[in-house]
Design a binder for this molecule. Sequence first.
Ligand SMILES: [Zn+2]
Length: 112
Amino acid sequence: MFILGASRSSHPKEFAGVLRAEGDVVKEVLLLPGTLSSGESAVLRLHMLPIDPSACGTVHSHPSPNPRPSGADMALFAKFGHVHILVAFPYDERSWKAYNHRGEEIKLEIVG
Ligand SMILES: [Zn+2]
């Protein structure tokens, strides 16, 4: 999966991007410019985004094995979108989770 590869290649820094979806299927991930080389918090970068009506949510990685949303993550989830993916170290098929805008875990199918 693209998100897992991007998370791995940015480790130990965070990776962040914006999701576009059709229905319950995520179709596209837009990387945030500068995310991969910046030492800034990925979540802070997402907070500074202008609201894009085509974006359905966000994705970011945690360089730790903890896929639970932090307080800053929860504030981000509530701000816009309804699908938020969190990828935790070691970024394998079982180390990511999807959440809704309230931070509740949801099922999600990812293509690509
Ligand atoms: Zn986070």
